[in-house]
Design a protein around this ligand. Sequence first.
Ligand SMILES: Nc1ncnc2c1ncn2[C@@H]1O[C@H](COP(=O)(O)OP(=O)(O)OP(=O)(O)O)[C@@H](O)[C@H]1O
Ligand SMILES: [Mg+2]
Length: 471
Amino acid sequence: MNGKLIPIEPETGRLGPEELTPRRIVAELDRYVVGQDDAKRAVAVALRNRWRRLRLPPEIAFEITPKNIILIGPTGVGKTEIARRLARLVGAPFVKVEASKFTEVGYVGRDVESIIRDLTEIAMSMVREEERKRVAAEAKKRSEERLVELLLPRPPIQPRSGATEEERREYAEAVAHHERSLEKILGMLRSGELEDREVEVQIATSDNPVITAFSGAGLEGMGLDLGDMLKDLFPKKKRKVRLKVAEARKVIESEEAERLMDQEKVIREALERTETTGIVFLDELDKVVGGGSAHGPDVSREGVQRDLLPLVEGTTVKTKYGLVNTDHILFIAAGAFHHKKPSDLMPELQGRFPIRVKLSSLTKEDFTRILTEPKNALIKQYQALLGTEKLRLEFASGAVERLAELAEYINTHTQDIGARRLYTVLEALLEEASFEAADLDREQTLTITTSFIDERLEELAKDEDLSRYIL
Ligand SMILES: Nc1ncnc2c1ncn2[C@@H]1O[C@H](COP(=O)(O)OP(=O)(O)OP(=O)(O)O)[C@@H](O)[C@H]1O
Ligand SMILES: [Mg+2]
């Protein structure tokens, strides 16, 4: 999400591939994105087509090229949002890249295959997370066993073979005592009584300064990460640390989970998922359209298009987990295409993006709906945030409409940033409440009325200079 606020409602359960009919996809997208029906339909169909293609015999499937999409529309009207929601909905690995990045100083020559490597990396963490969940219960059990061991006094030592009757009886008693302590400690551990007790834990450290310095210094062309390679060269150091049980549990649990996970399976699954369900969102595609002149930055723009072509046409990219074929990866491109048109793209690239959809500018009616309707609507987010203090936030009738109207007004009089305007307007409106909510000593309700809005925002909105800075 682009917003600065976290979504308040957890994702709904993902739909299985069978259920992902275009109609269902659109209905799901409707819960988050207002309007833009054509775009929703287009992405829904593209997704279904991919599913359809995978069910065809290989000879036919081979002939069918993915129906990639270009979303055309001004800034802040939902292009990225639609793509992002789509990816979440299907649980697909998703990356967003700005095509224009590749023409910038420092990026020129940056190899576009890194897009696919990033996608694979995302698939890896998705699958790893799932695998971690799968082994969580067992990891928890094992870490509990280890914690008990750390907390428990040493078990009694077995008497030597020639021990006396007396010694043997003492031993048996010690064993029984030990078992009782074990029970007791387990009980206390489970009820959370020992959280602050300290234990000594062995942990494997990866904070080798040499490795840290090289991490991220990827030798991109080869899909290698220097830090990763060094990690294998240096033996893993073990270090003893004293930790509180609460901390130690986290460390041990993740260590056990790591041990239980089937790394091979994770990699296989991640590669497969990248290939069959990956979605690449290519933003600002219009910025890599040349202007017709034969020199200057156009050369590099055309160059970026040329570089992108094989990815979109289907090629094999080497990643550090293995080869990834891009044949089935869905590309969704976006751009304002104000002055340039999709027809100014290289013909080969145009052919690979046969679906073009226009998104419309948002009206104040749309703004009203965006503020209130989506599952993660901005107003709901503020209500939830302030609700954690003693402040109830309410909107009197007409207030939301007034906000929408103001947002539209500011967009037309300064710069049109679409629905993003709602963020700045609402933030300015609720700045004081957000600051002061923490100091309230009793429950209060703040009712936002149209006059409250006018008082707070109208002056700002009318003064173009001020609104440029603040709204
Ligand atoms: N139609 C919409 N319905 C609901 N929310 C929207 C809609 N359009 C935009 N938003 C909100 O505005 C934010 C910005 O929208 P988004 O990132 O989709 O813009 P965009 O069309 O990709 O613009 P840009 O061309 O600048 O990338 C989103 O995070 C979302 O909260
Ligand atoms: Mg965008």
